[in-house]
Design a binder for this molecule. Structure first.
Ligand SMILES: [Zn+2]
Length: 66
């Protein structure tokens, strides 16, 4: 399976690599009936794939982005 999550290392507006983490947030699970779900031994559904939500500030153009 192809990677579901890609973390950019450059600004999505100006393509500068000069990004700093401006807000660090907890990862969140991707909730979809089609992605990364399995049942644990008791039959409960598990969501095993999480996505990062950290915000990054571009030092060149000022864009704040996920
Ligand atoms: Zn930028």
């Amino acid at each position: 399976m192809a990677d579901l999550i890609h973390v950019r290392r450059t600004c999505r507006l100006c393509d500068s690599p000069d990004l700093v983490c401006s807000v660090k947030l907890a990862e969140v699970p991707i909730v979809s009936p089609n992605v990364g779900t399995e049942n644990d031994p008791s039959g409960q559904r598990l969501t095993r794939i999480v996505a990062p939500l950290d915000n990054y500030l571009c030092q060149k153009c000022g864009l704040n982005q996920l």
